[in-house]
Design a protein around this ligand. Structure first.
Ligand code: PMP
Length: 290
């Protein structure tokens, strides 16, 4: 074969092997991988790669259904099917196949992928040019990216604690939830994290701000702290699927509940707008999307 794709036992050319859309790689990047090089049908440093692979899996609380030896044997079997003296040998394991929810699915087993392609050995004696780039990894929360691993892990923690959502903080600053924005009412003011690179600019958040304007509720978009969250009159989360819900407990402590009328006003405004704008035939689609 010129290239090889393997998925849970199915083998074919890379362009031919099919993956179910609900593989958690597709929605969340929820998996771990390794890449090695084989020359003359020998995989270089395979034990080290397999060791790191199992370690990465354990760190993500994933339990391989294959032993280290079985994996090595499988990779060698597959390497022998590809007609190239030097090969790139890549494999990954994803948490499984399940309908899209952030927290870990209850009933699923890991999926194993392997990709083998011809590899051209680099001319390591050539000089290369480089650039420097600031390390901004995990600082791109404003992008609705598919790389959701930290959100998945936080959501799973919330689920394990019997909670609906996990609220992220950086230093002392509250940023957002694992799949929602977080807001508070304090002394009649609607406070929400600023729209910067540390939060997703939620559509629901934007609607809440608009409704506050209509209701004459002041809005403050400066960062608020963990202490302010605990002491808030009300704590709310918002997202496309939860709309705007308030919290009764945070880390097991009773919170909020001190501005129920204000909260209700805002929730009613949100739901009224939802019902008005979704009424069948209320507006031609062209106008809606203009
Ligand atoms: N932050 C994160 C990390 C989210 O995943 C979501 C939900 N998509 C939100 C905020 C809320 O955004 P929206 O109101 O557009 O659903």
């Amino acid at each position: 074969m010129e290239t090889l794709g393997y998925y849970n036992g199915d083998i074919g050319l890379l362009d031919e092997v099919r993956i179910p859309m609900n593989d958690r790689a597709c929605w969340f990047g929820d998996g771990v991988y390794e890449a090695a090089i084989s020359a003359d049908y020998t995989i270089f440093a395979l034990e080290e790669h397999i060791h790191r692979f199992f370690n990465s899996a354990a760190l993500l609380q994933m339990v391989p259904e294959i032993t280290k030896t079985q994996l090595a044997e499988l990779l060698y079997t597959l390497v022998h099917k590809v007609d190239s003296p030097t090969q790139s040998v890549y494999w990954q394991m994803t948490r499984g196949t399940a309908p899209r929810t952030h927290a870990f699915p209850e009933h699923t087993s890991p999926n194993l992928w392997v990709m083998i392609k011809p590899f051209t050995m680099p001319d390591i004696y050539q000089k290369v040019q480089l650039i420097t780039v600031e390390d901004t990894r995990f600082f791109h929360c404003n992008i609705k990216t598919l790389n959701l691993l930290p959100n998945v892990l936080a959501s799973e923690k919330a689920k394990q604690a019997g909670c609906a959502e996990a609220v992220f903080y950086r230093g002392n600053r509250i940023t957002e939830g694992s799949h929602s924005n977080v807001h508070i009412f304090q002394d009649g003011v609607f406070r929400t994290a600023p729209r910067d690179n540390l939060i997703l600019p939620g559509i629901s958040r934007a609607h809440l701000i608009t409704h506050c304007g209509e209701l004459g509720i002041p809005v403050d978009e400066t960062p608020f702290t963990r202490e302010e969250l605990f002491a808030a009159d009300e704590i709310m989360i918002s997202s496309t699927s939860t709309f705007c819900m308030s919290a009764s407990h945070l880390n097991g402590c009773k919170v909020g509940g001190r501005a129920p009328e204000l909260l209700r006003q805002l929730q009613d405004a949100f739901l009224d707008a939802f019902r008005r704008l979704t009424r069948a035939g209320s507006m031609p689609i062209r106008e809606r999307c203009a």
